[in-house]
Ligand binder design. Structure first.
Ligand code: FAD
Ligand code: NAP
Length: 546
């Protein structure tokens, strides 16, 4: 093998880690460049108190190695960040990944050198590396969004972002802590910060729909049952729209409806109002996730939204606080479903204040804290839980230039254009893992990542096996695909006019409003990818090697 890399992979999260392992198995020389100090990506960076998974860990795990599946123990059903990062480290050790990884290396420019059919990558430190193939495993949620707020630089206290939380413990005891943002990260962090801080002030711009998370420890018997059925579970994941098997451990629940397979769920519209209230009283907010018509029928959606509001009113002691916590301008299903532990109960604590920014917007950040239109809130610590420049952020930040020096930012000025979220015309041999236009963040990400990496690895193999030089999509394949991506998103709750989510780029001022992931379902998408590969890549242009 030559010392020159055949493939440069950018990012050492779960995507970059598996890309290295898989491409190595094809005897390719692979090098991974990672901005962070170690593996894990999301789980390396997002160390805020309360950070954890919203997919069961037995599902949110690699499926490529039966040995790995058999040897790893998950302590909880939905793992904490610390355990997921432990898992990432275990995988890196087990498959000896670090020897081909270069950490603390941010890629700041990626240019196509047409005459050499190669890509040239430049790092922040000025190092230049070249390879014929590039895999962008840079993550969909890896560029933190820190909104520009007047006076932010003046604040004299400590400032943290949930997505870059320090490795060292942060002592909040007795401190006046403020947090901006009530998305998934804020909702997970708020109860923990309230427990640790002297006082917590929550600055909320939009109320959130959140339901209680499963907080059970993993039972050894359930884990064993998964181990015994992993092949079946992975097959079920491949057939499920969201890449989740929904496997029920029937041996350990022999008695009821949770036998294997999907449960038949009633439609919310088919229940009387009295029955709906009974369900909510018995199961709480989580019951709302069980009614499928909520996400496809506007009437059912509004009934569910109102049931949510009624239930939350019953959970909050101060009616004025309760009213502020209730989403009224958009419906369930518009944003990624948020799961919480004690979120609503936190607002009954004496040391927590909710500031509704819709009523009293932030005017500025001062030396001492946050000034809203109504009051000055003095703070020792300010936490941004303000999310990410999602899906396109990391790709655009890497300053990619394709054929003729054309910047990706120019190609994407009206929104991302890709074929299958895997490649772009005029950017030959450059692949994006879970890129815009693929199921990506609408899917169990480990399933989406493995499918993409396998497809990319097979594609590179095809190029080599046929003595070819490059592969890139035909422009018409992109056009047809993007039209399809937009078409299937129309009429869903995700694209309702009242909906403003990061899926639509609506959280970043000036970002084009386009629904970025593919909502047509993982199996349908996968079949499309498989047809391309099986047919010799008819939607792509393949060029001879120079
Ligand atoms: P990442 O893990 O984001 O890794 C990308 C890596 O690329 C990062 O380490 C970054 O430093 C590096 N990078 C980016 N740009 C450059 C550059 N220019 N140069 C060098 N390095 C670069 N998904 C689920 O399916 N279930 C969940 O429960 C879930 N929970 C989540 C919780 C949080 C807090 C967040 C933020 C996301 C969550 N996600 C979840 C989505 C999660 O991002 C994916 O599941 C998965 O971890 C993504 O892996 P990745 O390797 O594609 O990207
Ligand atoms: P997010 O969902 O985008 O939430 C960001 C929050 O910050 C929102 O409440 C937003 O308000 C607020 N905000 C943004 N800019 C603001 C401003 N200028 N002023 C005031 N408020 C502002 O980001 P996130 O919570 O980090 O979650 C992003 C995604 O990461 C999730 O959807 C999920 O996919 C993943 N994630 C998953 C988990 C998990 O449970 N496993 C945990 C964390 C993250 P608006 O709503 O008004 O924009």
């Amino acid at each position: 093998m030559s010392d020159q890399p055949d493939v440069l992979v950018v990012g050492a999260g779960f995507a970059g880690m598996y890309a290295l392992h898989r491409l190595r198995s094809q005897r390719l020389n692979v090098k991974v460049l990672e901005a962070g100090g170690d593996v894990g990506g999301t789980w390396y960076w997002n160390r805020y108190p309360g950070a954890r998974c919203d997919v069961p860990s037995l599902e949110y795990s690699y499926g490529f190695s039966p040995e790995l599946e058999q040897e790893w123990d998950w302590p909880e059903v939905f793992s904490a960040q610390t355990d997921i990062l432990r898992y990432a480290n275990h995988v890196a050790d087990r498959f000896d990944l670090r020897r081909d990884m270069q950490f603390n290396t941010r890629v700041v420019a990626i240019e196509y050198v047409e005459e050499a059919q190669r890509w040239r990558l430049t790092t922040e430190a000025g190092e230049c590396l070249q390879a014929p193939f590039v895999v962008m495993a840079t993550g969909c949620l890896s560029v933190p969004n820190k909104p520009r707020i007047d006076g932010a630089e003046r604040f004299q206290g400590a400032v943290y972002h949930t997505a870059t939380w320090p490795k060292e413990p942060v002592d909040l005891a007795g401190k006046r802590v403020g947090i901006i943002g009530t998305g998934s990260s804020g909702v997970q962090a708020i109860p923990e910060l309230a427990r640790q801080a002297g006082h917590l002030t929550v600055f909320q711009r939009s109320p959130v729909y959140t339901v209680p998370a499963n907080r059970k420890p993993m039972r050894a018997a359930v884990q064993q049952e998964f181990r015994d059925h992993y092949r079946e579970i992975r097959a079920l994941q491949q057939a499920n729209a969201g890449g989740v098997s929904a496997f029920r451990p029937f041996r350990n629940k022999p008695d009821d409806a949770v036998a294997r397979g999907a449960r038949a769920l009633p439609r919310l519209l088919d229940l009387t109002q009295e029955q709906r209230h009974e369900v909510m009283a018995q199961y709480g907010l989580g019951a709302l996730l069980g009614f499928r018509d909520i996400y496809s029928d506007a009437e059912a959606n509004e009934i569910a939204n109102e049931l949510y509001r009624e239930t939350v009113r019953g959970m909050i002691q101060d009616p004025a606080v309760a009213e502020r916590l209730l989403p009224k301008d958009y419906g369930l299903g518009c944003k990624r479903q948020v799961l919480d532990r004690d979120f609503h109960a936190t607002f009954n604590r004496d040391n927590v204040t909710l500031v509704d920014l819709a009523e009293t917007p932030i005017e500025s950040i001062t030396e001492r804290g946050i000034r809203t239109s109504a009051a000055q809130h003095d703070l020792d610590v300010l936490v941004y839980a303000t999310g990410f420049d999602a899906m396109t952020g990391a790709l655009l930040k890497a300053n990619i230039r394709g054929r003729g020096g054309r910047p990706l930012a120019d190609k994407w000025r009206y929104g991302p254009v890709t074929y299958l979220g895997l490649q772009m015309a005029d950017f030959p041999n450059l692949f994006t893992v879970t890129g815009p236009g693929s199921p990506s963040v609408l899917c169990n990400m480990l399933v989406a990542i493995e499918q993409h990496v396998n497809w990319i690895a097979d594609c590179i193999d095809h190029v080599h096996a046929n003595g070819l030089g490059t592969i890139e999509p035909r422009p018409e394949s992109e056009e047809t695909w993007i039209a399809h991506v937009n078409e299937v998103a129309q009429g869903t709750m995700y694209t309702a006019p009242s909906c403003n989510s990061w899926y639509l780029g609506a959280n970043i001022p000036g970002k084009p409003r386009i629904f970025m992931p593919y909502v047509g379902g993982y199996p349908r998408y996968r079949e499309h990818c498989e047809r391309e590969a099986a047919g010799g890549y008819p939607g792509f242009v393949l060029q001879q090697a120079l």
